[in-house]
Design a binder for this molecule. Structure first.
Ligand code: APR
Length: 237
């Protein structure tokens, strides 16, 4: 067991205080995703979209990684120590995996703490509020910045790298995701078609729970550290 691919969703950050999307009190219970998470929504009302992401971006410093985030950083180190490969593909746009110490992260849905300039394609760190008055610090145009987040209908990032990692994986693990958004929701089928073992660690069975060869259910802060301890023993043996 030397090559593990992990996919995470908003459920891994839930106990840190970041709302998930489809739980009963989730983000999409409060907002229509078409208004705040599509290019059409941004074109129609950029101020609403900026305020949606500004609130989430400026709240991040007050949010801390939890035991599940730290457990994945420990697993990455354990694999590196045996010359193994650890790939973390996350659907999350928060920076909790980074702050927990994970180094190899594929943010397939983008990152809240970065901005993108529609005029010059510059991607820059961004911790502050964005608006139509924001000025790009590369091309110095005004009103061209948007959140560096992948919206519905846009191409997720790092797909080639993600598929390459799954192709050479010994194990695929899905943590804290409902399995309702593709292409991330299709990774387990890719893994299983390649004969790769797949584990689901989630609060409850996801939409594609039946595709996994193993599963453990419960809060990520309990289930993930315990699973990491068990798999680390296996890696070392
Ligand atoms: N521990 C573990 N899992 C949890 C916890 C918890 N404490 N709380 C919730 N979950 C699980 C839920 O049971 C659910 O299966 O996390 C999952 C969250 O699912 P969604 O809200 O659909 O979030 P996610 O799967 O990350 O959504 C994928 O959809 O809206 C887009 O771009 C957005 O990246 C997001 C994508």
């Amino acid at each position: 067991m030397k090559n593990i691919v992990i996919l995470t969703g908003s459920g891994i950050s839930a106990e840190s205080g970041i709302a998930t999307f489809r739980d009963k009190d989730g983000v999409w219970a409060k907002y229509d995703y078409r208004d705040v998470a599509t290019p059409e929504g941004f074109a129609a009302n950029p101020a609403l979209v900026h305020s949606f992401y500004n609130a989430r971006r400026t709240a991040l410093p007050d949010v801390q990684p939890n035991a599940a985030h730290f457990a994945l950083a420990k697993l990455e180190t354990a694999l590196q120590n045996i010359g193994g490969q650890f790939t973390l593909i996350t659907q999350n746009v928060d920076d909790l995996h980074e702050r927990a110490g994970v180094s190899h992260i594929l943010h397939m849905h983008g990152e809240l703490l970065k901005s993108y300039c529609n005029a010059c394609d510059a991607v820059r760190p961004c911790g502050e509020e964005l608006s139509l008055e924001s000025v790009c610090n590369v091309c110095f145009k005004t009103g061209t910045l948007r959140p560096y987040v992948v919206w519905f209908g846009e191409m997720p990032r790092y797909m080639d790298e993600a598929m390459d990692a799954i192709l050479s994986a010994d194990l695929f693990v899905s943590i804290g995701t409902s399995g309702s958004v593709y292409p991330a929701a299709g990774f387990v089928s890719e893994a299983r078609s390649l004969g790769v073992e797949a584990v689901e660690l989630n609060l409850e069975p996801s939409e594609n729970a039946h595709l996994f060869s193993d599963s453990r259910y419960g809060p990520a802060t309990e289930v993930v550290p315990k699973w990491v301890d068990d798999i680390t023993e296996k890696i070392k043996s």
